[in-house]
Design a protein around this ligand. Structure first.
Ligand SMILES: O=c1nc2n(C[C@H](O)[C@H](O)[C@H](O)CO)c3cc(O)ccc3cc-2c(=O)[nH]1
Length: 327
């Protein structure tokens, strides 16, 4: 079975660990968000690609959800001693090695997709991880502070400001020129099912959908999404700040409408959001909190079951009653 998943950061990576456990024999391709990427100290950092690679490769700092385990920060401390900015982004010594190798390969002319493949050869994540594009894109956020109205990198808004200032605009710089990385559209075309994890619908999944051709490719497939919003609040992260920035309510219904039909064919919501509905979409309610790999696998299994059911019954057939969660 061939599965494609669009993934952002921490929530997406944890969900993918469950998806891999739920479908151990499947061929899973992960299309990773690169809008969060940032150049720091001359090094290219790809937070969402690294979070997926480290989480599935067994090197993640589990409680943080990002960065390496068994980390030290000697280089960060030395940079701070030189007064070099920024000091608000926590890069560890082990993580620096990833950015050095990546930057060395990019400078040698390798595209980001080839670099990612090379880094994954060490980590063996058990999925094929492809960046959404080899072309450089960056999410920038327009804010107004004592220095007036200006655009800052998403990471500065997210990490230094903790989204404390409203995002007046969220812009994917480079979106007009960026093309899907090699293999992205083919993986979607070949997929038996496409699963959208509970990643940030604006700056992760929404960013990937801005890359030319990806939304159109998905609209011909069976796509099941997992709501990132439970009972009016994001399960983790600050998706609410991002949704507010684009004038979308922080509800499972509003996010489903943001993705829209025909993109989405199936939508998993938490039991407290059971009333969510949209024409052309089969909605199913079940527990959506990922405490551990097993609970993430149960959600992934439900998403795959729903995708199989949708693929079996052409559009318009009345939805079968949601199966009792017999598992
Ligand atoms: O809240 C933070 N998130 C940090 N993140 C998380 C990152 O901002 C987010 O994971 C994504 O960009 C949004 O999903 C890092 C991720 C990396 O891959 C490398 C370094 C960092 C550093 C931080 C940090 O200092 N604080």
């Amino acid at each position: 079975m061939r599965i494609v998943s669009l993934a952002g950061g921490i929530g997406g990576a944890r969900f993918l660990r469950g998806l891999r456990a739920a479908a151990p024999d499947a061929d899973i391709t992960v299309i990773g968000n690169t809008g969060d990427d940032i150049t720091l100290f001359g090094l290219r950092v790809c937070p969402d690609l690294d979070t997926v690679m480290y989480t599935l490769g067994g090197g993640i700092n589990e409680e943080q959800g990002w960065g390496r385990d068994k980390e030290s920060h000697a280089v960060k401390e030395e940079l701070a001693a030189y007064g070099v900015e920024p000091q608000w982004f926590g890069l560890g010594d082990r993580d620096f090695a990833t950015h050095i190798v990546r930057t060395q390969m990019l400078d040698a002319g390798y595209p980001l997709s080839a670099v990612t493949e090379a880094l994954c050869a060490r980590w063996e994540p058990g999925v094929r991880l492809i960046p959404m594009s080899d072309d450089r894109t960056e999410t920038h956020v327009v804010i107004t502070d004592e220095r007036g109205r200006r655009a800052v990198h998403f990471q500065e808004w997210w990490v230094r400001l903790r989204a404390s200032l409203p995002a007046e605009q969220i812009i994917l710089v480079g979106a007009d020129e960026a093309r899907p990385a090699p293999g992205v559209l083919q993986a979607i075309a070949d997929a038996d099912a496409v699963i959208l994890p509970p990643s940030n619908p604006v700056v992760s999944i929404g960013t990937i959908l801005q890359i030319k051709g990806i939304r159109e490719a998905l609209e011909g497939k069976t796509v099941v999404g997992v709501s990132p919003i439970v009972g009016g609040a994001p399960v983790r992260g600050m998706a609410d700040a991002c949704l507010t920035a684009i004038g979308v309510d922080t509800t499972a219904q509003a996010v489903l409408e943001l993705y829209g039909s025909p993109l989405i064919n199936g939508w998993l919501v938490a039991e407290e959001d059971a009333g969510v509905a949209l024409d052309g979409v089969r909605v199913q309610a079940r527990p959506l909190i990922m405490h551990d790999v097993e609970s993430a696998a149960a959600i992934a299994r439900a998403a795959l079951d729903l995708a199989a059911e949708i693929a079996r019954t052409p559009a318009g057939t009345p939805a079968a009653p949601a199966p009792e969660d017999a598992r």
